[in-house]
Design a protein around this ligand. Structure first.
Ligand code: SAM
Length: 385
């Protein structure tokens, strides 16, 4: 059977052959990268409107009917874990806006890999609803948290996120610090003339909350397509600023992690930099993404998506036999748990094939620095950061 990727850009489709499909085998791409990490976006909705991510108004939301149900997410996640995915990171949009978020965590945390080891469940959040949800999330099996915090100044926060919610975010960080979840990471996009005078303050704030500060180079992923390379704050500039306050010693053993880390004054505290633009780390990338509307993506910057929605929503009779169709196909009613169970094996095989097709189609790098680079049509909120 042939899995057909949905082209939303100019890249040619990767057609998978029968011989490539081996359910349960690791997800290795044509460049030898083994995939261990699945980012699962739960919604494209967000309680903030960060300027580098979403427009203030007029955002085109994903159709509610196309948002994956809890059963559908769990189904894909189980197949991915059987294929060697060891970490699920829940993201969005804002994952805590999802009504069934505690149940999502509970179901995904129960999933084990082929050797019986439970997957690791992490979440990236703006923190706003953490005081309300954190006890339930921890009890349900959440193990790690990344919280976004770009500024400590209220006026800046309001301008940057177009919402007056800094106090709520800080309450969320306090709740996370008080929880047992470690390592706790705080993420800031470094922006010129916006927060680049706060880098040291943010690191000190993180240290005071037993957290690790990480700075992200701004990427061309804003819905408004306003990214300007000449304005972005680079890794080297970030390190230059921090090294005026601390001595920085590289932490070895980065593996597939997006952040390079440095010890501050010999440790134990560290700071991380995610330099996707000036020092891409694609050679070690082990990540796949599942969007809230069921599209598999092999790169943040990919212009090709692999549509799981028709597979998940096709009646059980055709689950076994049909090739997936393009995203323009009508979206059927989500299946019930009983229907999913009944259709188990053929459906899982279809999901497995699509995962493999997506992995096989992964390019060696994201090519942001190539003149032919094409920004993906989706903004970061609809991809899942
Ligand atoms: N709402 C959650 C949050 O605020 O963390 C999760 C989704 S958000 C899209 C995930 C991460 O993506 C955040 O840390 C955010 O700062 C980052 N992000 C969004 N747009 C970005 C861009 N254009 N460049 C770099 N990072 C970006």
């Amino acid at each position: 059977m042939t899995a057909v990727p949905v082209l939303i850009g100019m890249r040619p489709p990767v057609v998978e052959t029968e011989a490539d499909a081996a359910p349960g085998a690791p997800l290795v791409d044509t460049h030898g990268r083994v995939h261990r990490d699945l980012r699962i976006s739960l919604t494209d909705r967000c309680s903030l409107r960060c300027t580098y991510c979403m427009p203030e108004q007029g955002n085109e939301w994903l159709a509610k009917t196309s948002i994956l149900t809890l059963d559908e997410i769990e189904r894909v996640a189980r197949v991915a874990a059987a294929d060697g995915i060891t970490t699920f990171r829940l993201t969005g949009g804002e994952p805590l806006l999802r009504q069934d978020i505690v149940e999502v965590v509970r179901r995904l945390a129960r999933i084990t890999g082929p050797d019986g080891t439970p997957v690791e469940l992490a979440m990236t959040t703006n923190g706003i609803r953490l005081p309300e949800f954190l006890p339930g999330l921890v009890e349900a099996g959440l193990r790690r948290l990344n919280i976004s915090l770009d500024t400590l100044r209220r006026d800046r926060f309001r301008e940057l996120t177009r919402r007056d919610r800094l106090d709520d975010v800080l309450d969320g960080i306090a709740a996370a610090a008080a929880s047992g979840l470690r390592p706790l990471k705080l993420n800031a996009v470094a922006m010129r003339d916006v927060n680049d005078d706060e880098l040291v303050d943010l690191v000190e704030f993180a240290i005071a909350h037993d957290a690790q500060m990480r700075f992200i180079e701004q990427m061309p992923l804003d819905a408004g397509h306003t990214w300007d390379r000449s304005r972005m704050v680079t890794r080297d500039e970030i390190l230059d600023t921090l090294s005026r306050r601390w001595s920085l010693t590289p932490v070895p053993g980065r593996g597939g992690a997006p952040a390079e880390r440095w010890m501050l004054d010999g440790g134990p505290h560290t700071v991380g930099v995610i330099a996707s633009v000036t020092a891409p780390f694609c050679g070690d990338c082990d990540r796949l993404r599942l969007t809230a509307d069921g599209q598999l993506r092999n790169c943040l910057f990919s212009t090709t998506e692999y549509d799981l929605l028709p597979i998940l929503r096709t009646a059980s009779s055709s689950v076994a036999g049909s090739a997936p169709v393009a995203g323009s196909a009508p979206v059927a009613e989500p299946p019930s748990v009983a229907e999913l169970v009944e259709a188990s094996s053929p459906l899982d095989e279809e999901i497995d094939r699509m995962l493999r097709s997506c992995v096989r189609g992964k390019l060696p790098g994201h090519a942001i620095n190539d003149p032919s680079f094409l920004q993906p049509a989706r903004g970061m909120n609809a991809i899942g950061g």
